[in-house]
Every structure is written in C-alpha cells, then in structure tokens.
Ligand binder design. Sequence first.
Ligand code: GLY
Length: 316
Amino acid sequence: MRVILVHGGVGVKPTPERQAVLRESALTGYQALECGLLDAVEGAVRVLEDSPLFNAGYGSELNLDGEVEMDAAIIDGYKGRFGAVAAIKGVTNPVSVARRVLEDSPHVLLAGDGATRFARKMGFPEANCVAPERRDDWLAARWGQERLPSGIDTPASPFFGLSPTQGQAGGQAPDCQIGCDTVGCVAVADGKTAAASSTGGWFMKWPGRVGDTPVLGGGIFASRRGAVVASGLGEVFIETLAAKLVDELLEKGLPPQEAAAEVIRRLGRREQGFGGVVVASVDGRVGAAHNTASFPVCLIIDGKVVEEFEAVKVDS
Ligand code: GLY
C-alpha cells in the first residue's frame, strides 16, 4: 500500500486555492514515491513551501525584527535517520536543506547562521522568503506594537499570524484568513515510512525562537510502526513530546486515528494546547485530528485522492 498524507497547518482556512495547492503537493509527493520515500515527503513539502498561501518557505510569517527564520525537518522511519534545520534564513526550501543535513552531514540539526552557511555550501542560493502579503501583516502588526510597553507581548496573534487589523488577537485558534502554521507530509510505501515538515513559526516570534518542527519527538517522528507530523503551538508539542507519544500509542495497538485523537485530547488539557497531527501507520492506515478552527489535509492512497478524508475535530 502507498500512502501520502499532507496538511497545510492548523487554523488555516481551507480555501479552494489552498486546497488546490495541497492537492498538487500530495500528487507531487505521490509521483516522487517512485524515487523513494524521502523524495516523496520532501517533494510534497517543497510545493507548499513555494506557495505564499502557507506558513513555510516563501509564505513564512515574519519575526519581531521583520525577518523570516524557518524550521524544517525530514525523517526516514525505516532507517531511523533524521535531519533538521532551525532558524534558517534566506532559502526558499528549508526542507531540502534538512535533507542535506540528514544525507550529507554528520549532524542531525543545524541552527541559525550555521544552518544558512551550510545551505550555501550545499549550493542553495540566497533567496527572498518574504512574500508581500507577509510583509503587509508585519507592517500592520508593528504599527500596533509601537503602542506596547514591551516587545514580546505583541498585540498580533502570538501564533496564527493574524494582524491586529483582523481583530483576532489572542491565543485562541481563530478562523485564519491569511496567517497559518506549519506544513507537513507523512508517507508510507513498501512497508517503510517517512515524514517531513516545514514552518516559518510564530508570527512576530522572538528572533532565534525555535518551535517543534525540527524537534524529534515534538513536532515530527517516524519509526517502523508509522510516521507523524504536527502543526500547532510548538512549545506545547515540545513539552509533551506529542509526536513521540503518537508513535507510542501506535506501538500499544491504537489505530492511527485514535492515536491522533488521544494526543490532541491530552494536548487540549494544557494551556495554549492548540494543534493537530497527521499520522500514517506502516500498514497504510491514516489518522488526522485537531482542536482548532480548521486543519486542511489531502490524502492519496494507491494513486487515488481520497476526497472524503478530513481531519477530525477533537474536544478536550
Ligand atoms: N508549529 C510550528 C511552531 O510552533 O513553530
């Protein structure tokens, strides 16, 4: 059985334009399965990174300084090999840099200037990651920021990327129009698994802040049992090792949908515990759960887009 499951981030309004890009991402990933699982998850995530409609790569939200700093990771669940970058700047496809970390370095995680230098050494050219829409969000939020006494308590959403002009500040998951969180993909083929994830992180985050996306067991995990990627408030995913917990529940025999729902239920009991996970088990079953306004996904099984598949909203 061959499976590709991609997501566009929690809180992301599933507009026709976004659904079309998600579908393209899943189809690209599925076609790349011919070359291998890592090609598939990397290829799927690259499509989402190239779109200004998702918070990753070119569509990344800006940090407090008006810069884009991105996190990305990729994992081979069969071999147990992992590569990640954190707070990297000036590349449009950080997931591909993460793959080079996995395949062409002795390390598993490179951060900040070192990650950017590594990308240049690997031949990734300097690239503009600031989409005009994201710059506009930042300018609007900064205008509000100037009226605050301290820098870190931004009046903009600390997470979902909404500017004050949209009137939805605060930690509750809003019905996001333009800002959003993290993209990712899980894949299964020939009894093996892989996953990849990429994000611009919090809108107006503190420079240097790293979320769950490049943290093994926090926002991403894969094993010989299954693969999982997360979207949501990264700090809580790290503190609860949410992605690893999904894998442990698969090991206990829970079906992927139940494992996903249980982890989101537990997450929801924590302050700011907003998010979602997508899961695929090595036998080709899948799950997707969240506790936010929306969590667009696209699933392909054995070459067919499963139109009716949706992430399940879970109450805490
Ligand atoms: N989930 C993405 C982040 O918190 O950075």
